[in-house]
Design a protein around this ligand. Structure first.
Ligand SMILES: C[S@@+](CC[C@H](N)C(=O)[O-])C[C@H]1O[C@@H](n2cnc3c(N)ncnc32)[C@H](O)[C@@H]1O
Length: 279
């Protein structure tokens, strides 16, 4: 972690009174909401999901797809000695796995509290507190970048993030990230049968916002269609190599929010984009 929060970075809010709505939310408002939300909710997140994630595994999402089997970052032997940037790293579980393969990961996250959990778990991975939209690294610092549900679903301008990732990657470097599968936006975010009927337009890109009594966002998620995501990847200067939609495995009986065996067996819950920097 490179700095403590200044008081002016925070704002007082009664997030318990937050009301859900759909409305526009720009970059600055989205980032501020994410930082506050993840600081307030990091303890619960790690408490609820830490065991499933494992302290030093690389899990791509609630389906439980493990990088050790998936190999989306390329052959494991290729990770040895590689400089890797993990974006929206949370408690840096994925970075710990990368370090165990001989890579040299850096774990970046916007949330101070998430990174405190990384310190609690331990290990040697350098931690950086920063926004994915303004990466504090020199051009060409990394050979690989990755993110398991970190930052991308929460930013208003994903192309800005992708351009930043491209800048800090070396030519030919891979950028692999997972997000909520766009089709989920058409359904209620419920794990049971009520989550199986279309309730909203897939094509409505209006962000999901929870806001406090003064109308300030305390949680924001941004929707992009599958086509939008592909166009964003290309606009960011990448070539799309693969788009992985993990199937729900038989061994996984756990629910994670709206992700459940019931829905996972019928509709995709996660999309993983495997990209390479265009030179
Ligand atoms: C769903 S969690 C995923 C964390 C971790 N990758 C995992 O699999 O447990 C999303 C993470 O993205 C971080 N995040 C959200 N917006 C961000 C941004 N603009 N820049 C950097 N990190 C961000 C949050 O603080 C949070 O730790």
């Amino acid at each position: 972690m490179n700095q403590e929060y200044g008081q002016d970075d925070r704002f007082e809010t009664d997030a318990d009174e937050a009301v859900a709505t759909r409305r526009d939310a720009g970059d600055a408002e989205s980032s501020r909401a994410s930082r506050g939300w993840w600081d307030r909710n990091a303890d619960e997140y790690q408490n609820d999901h830490g065991a499933f994630l494992g302290d030093d595994r690389f899990v791509w999402g609630p389906e439980g797809l493990d990088e050790a089997e998936a190999g989306l970052l390329g052959p494991t032997e290729g990770l040895k000695g590689l400089d890797v940037l993990e974006i929206g790293a949370g408690a840096a579980q994925c970075s710990r796995w990368l370090a165990a393969q001989g890579a040299k990961p850096v774990a970046l996250d916007l949330s101070h509290r998430q990174l405190q959990h990384a310190l609690r778990i331990g290990g040697e991975v350098p931690l950086v507190e920063a926004d994915a939209g303004a990466l504090p690294f020199r051009d060409g610092s990394f050979g690989l970048a990755c993110s398991a549900y970190g930052a991308v679903p929460f930013v208003a301008d994903p192309v800005r993030v992708f351009r930043e990732v491209r800048r800090v990657l070396r030519p030919g470097g891979r950028w692999v990230f997972s997000v909520t599968h766009p089709i989920r936006w058409a359904f209620p975010d419920e794990p049971g049968p009520e989550g199986l009927s279309v309730a909203a337009s897939y094509f409505d890109r209006t962000p999901y916002v929870e806001q406090d009594e003064r109308g300030r966002a305390v949680y924001v998620e941004h929707h992009r269609t599958l086509g939008d995501r592909v166009r964003d990847v290309v606009a960011g200067g990448f070539r799309l190599v693969d788009l992985v939609e993990p199937e729900w495995p038989e061994w996984n009986g756990q629910e994670w929010g709206g992700w459940s065996p019931l829905r996972g067996n019928l509709i995709p819950g996660t999309a993983i984009f495997v990209c390479e920097r265009e030179d």
